[in-house]
Design a protein around this ligand. Structure first.
Ligand code: CTP
Length: 397
């Protein structure tokens, strides 16, 4: 029940994506929210108010002059108690009205008269989205503090493909949950490493590992949701950069080391999630190594990579350092020994068999107060719990 007790006013505007709003209401109610739906007249042509009324359990409003509102102030009354006003789908026309402060129907008047945050989920054809007028309107809305969620890219109702499609209902829900996260790291700067490193042997070969980067990316996102300014130094992975996070792509451990030390001084927290290769080939072979040109198989001499986390923790004034210990056995013993040897206040331990590479994980946090086990959960939820612990430790510094 991630939205328990939250009051959401959902504005639905006229577009084919209005059908997604019906599913969205169901998900919001399931997540514990109270949902009041208001529609534009055009939206009622796509999905009837009866559908939204049945899903939300509340009467739906679309008319500014609705006689059901005693004082004729529907635009004020409906949004007064809301924690957030969400417009999904938000048509190009509606966004244009918002950007210019027009208020010629119930929904636009309600937006103008609100005293709560506004999120909009645009939905339109890709050319409408790319149109300079829409670009201008979106920029103006951002400037006004409106949160724009999406749009996604993909197949469109008009048969074209491109950006402009409304996010799926589950994605809008995720954005809303993110919006409600407590701003525990407001004003803080967080630096992270994530993913594997790739240590080149020759132009086509190298040493790497199976880290997917998912946990590091989830923590970046959670830190960003918590109000931090986040820099993510990422090894080679196939994940989209979370919105609001600054990503620096690197390949090898030495590049990661260099990027971390370029940024570490500005940061309050350093979270080392990357599975950094402990060793790299002593030399890079410029041309592709050919088999059969030697009498015995080649050997690769290895040299040790710098331990990025240990070096950051050893700085005269280190940021709050968080390390990871992914082990296949004796988790508590190894995690505690890493915490001591690298001199980091917090180590996040997990058993590889519990979540390596997957969507879920089971973690134990090790710090001066002892062990804090986190129940198995999706990585983003665990990341939010880790961020909460980081905020507590920052408070104790
Ligand atoms: N780490 C790092 N730089 C390295 C190696 C590791 O920053 N060159 C960080 C990782 O990001 C992680 C922690 O240190 O936070 C993991 O410690 P490490 O001892 O390297 O883990 P393993 O390689 O798994 O250790 P071991 O081989 O002892 O099991």
């Amino acid at each position: 029940m991630e939205l328990a007790g939250k009051r959401i006013v959902l504005g639905v505007t006229g577009g084919i994506a209005a059908y997604k709003a019906a599913e969205l209401v169901r998900l919001l109610v399931k997540a514990g929210a109270t949902v009041q739906v208001a529609m534009t007249e055009a939206a009622t042509r796509f999905v009837t108010p009866v559908t939204f009324q049945a899903l939300s359990g509340k009467p739906v409003f679309s008319d500014q002059w609705d006689p059901r509102v005693a004082n004729n102030m529907a635009h004020i009354d409906l949004s007064r108690q809301a924690d957030v006003l969400l417009i999904a789908p938000a048509s190009a026309d509606f966004l244009a009205k918002l950007a210019n402060g027009l208020a010629d129907d119930l929904l636009t008047t309600m937006v103008l008269a609100r005293d709560c945050p506004l999120l909009v989920a645009p939905a339109m054809n890709r050319q409408m989205w790319d149109n300079p007028a829409t670009r201008r309107n979106i920029a103006a809305l951002r400037e006004d503090g409106v949160f724009i969620v999406g749009p996604a890219s993909g197949d469109q109702a008009c048969g074209e493909t491109g950006p402009g499609r409304m996010l799926e209902a589950e994605e809008v829900l995720a954005e809303l949950i993110a919006h409600f996260q407590p701003k525990l790291l407001a004003g803080k700067r967080v630096l992270l490493t994530a993913g594997p490193t790739f240590e080149a042997i020759d132009p086509v070969r190298g040493i790497t590992n199976l880290s997917t980067g998912k946990m590091g990316y989830a923590i970046s996102r959670a830190a960003c949701e918590a109000g931090a300014q986040v820099t993510l130094i990422s090894g080679p992975v196939c994940l989209p950069c979370p919105a609001g996070v600054t990503r620096i792509a690197v390949t090898s451990a030495l590049q990661m080391h260099e990027a971390v030390f370029r940024h570490v001084a500005e940061n309050d927290v350093f979270v080392a999630v990357a599975a950094v290769a402990d060793y790299r080939p002593a030399g890079f072979v410029e041309q592709k190594i050919k088999k059969g040109q030697r009498s015995s198989p080649p050997t690769i001499e290895l040299v040790e990579n710098p331990d990025i986390l240990a070096e950051v923790a050893a700085l005269p004034v280190p940021p709050l350092c968080v390390g990871f210990a992914a082990e296949s056995e004796n988790l508590a013993e190894y995690a505690e020994s890493k915490r001591r040897s690298k001199k980091v206040p917090l180590v996040v331990g997990n058993l590889i068999q519990d979540g390596f590479g997957g969507e879920e994980n089971t973690l134990i946090l090790f710090d001066d107060d002892g062990q804090h086990p986190l129940a198995p959960a999706p990585k983003l939820q665990l990341a939010r719990q880790l961020v909460a612990r980081i905020a507590v430790l920052l408070g104790k510094r």
